[in-house]
Design a protein around this ligand. Structure first.
Ligand code: PEP
Ligand code: CO
Length: 451
């Protein structure tokens, strides 16, 4: 059975629970106008796509597919350009190719895209030189500039966010319909600056090998391989609940409610409270749901989250994204795996190797070390294997842009390199080269473990 029969749930029942991390708007009339406009706008995704994703995630739970979820920490309105969107898509497709070939499994591709505009923050206020202003909570809520005007939450931004999500979605769909993801033409995905990358030769060898295999299969069967439109899904943190409520819809010939602003909403670590509004909201929609769990997540809390979010143990419904940090994962993950086993719960385990490995350098710059990200991922595979479980996916913050935000990687970026192209307003992302390198490392780890 689906989670549609949950008692006393409605798209607004979250309002009776404590809601962390919500913007405070100071003009209620303006807010109401925006919300009623958002309710009328057409959805960004369809219930059929949402249910198809749930089936694919169920496959991944059964060990028959691998999840690749990635994209910017936060999208920004200014980055809603053809270059930025197609570069982010290119790097995901390149990683996908590496993973499909190396793991010999289908990859479920999900972008942190077309709606990933709102951010939870550790503090409500940011102080610079004695001046305190509300923290930047993503373009969906306020602006990053450090002025009182920019930092004031503006409900109109939700409308802009919805429109930018729709434009992004439209462009992604057009690219995919036009054959952008066609593995016969991986040259579409070359990122210019990759031409002088140390990863280039290995990537090209792989593309060549895949091309040869496809031609071989086609010659045998007489058909063109991989003809169907490729699946690509969107995800964002379901954070600003007033917005998510407006996107919660009934669909003809389907039971229950769907959040049609995205295929795959997730609950962030700061809002995964058993009695909180975010869990209440998510329990009632039929989308597949992910929850972030960290070193502070207790086994009992996890058991209660599972009982609330997936009371019928529905396949594909629940993904647990652990984000422990490389130094914590070996200690903190096994009890959570044991808790899931004790409940007999079906979950997909996914490793976010980014959020437990963020550090601030002496000069105040936030970064992450490639080595730590890699170590957390490798340990994640080992811990799951040792506990008789399976790591079924990765969750990464990355971009197709040639940024310098994370240290290390094949080109060994150092602290002094970060200033060159440090663009993020929130968390540091892997650049294309580092992301591709990580995909190759996952494959190497997998082959080592299998042999
Ligand atoms: C994020 O995914 O950008 C994020 C804030 O993660 P977490 O909730 O795991 O801290
Ligand atoms: Co982040």
């Amino acid at each position: 059975m689906d989670s549609v029969d949950t008692p006393q749930w409605s798209p607004e029942s979250w309002r009776d629970k404590p809601a962390a991390q919500q913007p405070v708007y100071d003009e209620p009339n303006k807010l109401e106008l925006v919300l009623s406009e958002l309710e009328r706008l057409p959805p960004l995704v369809t219930s059929g796509e949402v249910l198809a994703l749930k089936r694919s995630l169920a496959q991944a739970q059964d060990g028959k597919a691998f999840l690749l979820q990635g994209g910017d920490c936060a999208e920004q309105f200014d980055d809603c350009t053809s270059g930025h969107i197609s570069n982010d898509l290119k790097v995901l497709l390149q990683m996908n190719l590496v993973l499909v070939h190396g793991l010999k499994q289908p990859v479920v591709r999900i972008g942190r895209i077309a709606g990933q505009y709102a951010k939870p923050r550790s503090t409500d206020l940011e102080t610079r030189q004695g001046v305190s202003l509300p923290s930047y909570r993503g373009d969906f809520v306020n602006g990053p500039e450090f002025t009182a005007e920019a930092r004031r939450p503006d409900p109109q931004r939700m409308l802009r966010g919805h429109a930018h999500s729709a434009m992004t979605m439209n462009f992604v769909r057009s690219l995919l319909d036009g054959g952008f993801a066609d593995a016969h033409h991986p040259e579409y995905w070359d990122l210019q600056w990759m031409n002088c990358s140390p990863m280039q030769a290995e990537y090209r060898r792989l593309v060549q090998a895949i091309g040869d295999s496809m031609r071989f299969v086609e010659a045998l069967s007489g058909d063109r391989a991989g003809g169907a439109r490729p699946e690509f899904y969107t995800s964002h943190e379901a954070l600003v609940l007033q917005y998510e409520q407006t996107q919660t819809r009934h669909v003809p010939r389907q039971e229950g409610w769907f959040n049609l602003s995205t295929h795959f909403p997730w609950i962030g670590m700061r809002t995964a409270h058993v009695d909180g509004a975010h869990v209440e909201y998510c329990r009632g929609v039929r989308n597949p749901i992910a929850v972030k769990v960290g070193p502070g997540t207790e086994s009992d809390q996890l058991k209660r989250l599972i009982a609330i979010l997936n009371p019928t143990n529905e396949p594909g419904r629940l993904t647990l994204i652990h984000r422990m940090g490389e130094g914590n994962i070996e200690y903190h993950l096994p009890p959570l795996i044991a808790a899931v086993r004790q409940e007999g719960a079906r979950v997909l385990w996914c490793c976010d190797a980014m959020h437990g490995n963020t550090e601030t350098l002496g000069n105040g710059v936030k970064t992450r070390r490639f080595e730590n990200i890699r170590t957390e991922l490798e340990r994640a595979f080992d811990v799951h294997a040792a506990c008789g479980s399976r790591l079924g996916g990765v969750h990464l913050e990355m971009t197709g842009e040639n940024v310098t935000e994370c240290l290390g990687g094949a080109r060994n970026l150092r602290e002094e390199d970060l200033a060159r192209r440090y663009r993020t307003q929130v968390d540091p992302r892997l650049n294309c080269e580092q992301a591709l390198e990580l995909a190759m490392l996952i494959v190497r780890k997998h082959s080592r473990d299998a042999s």
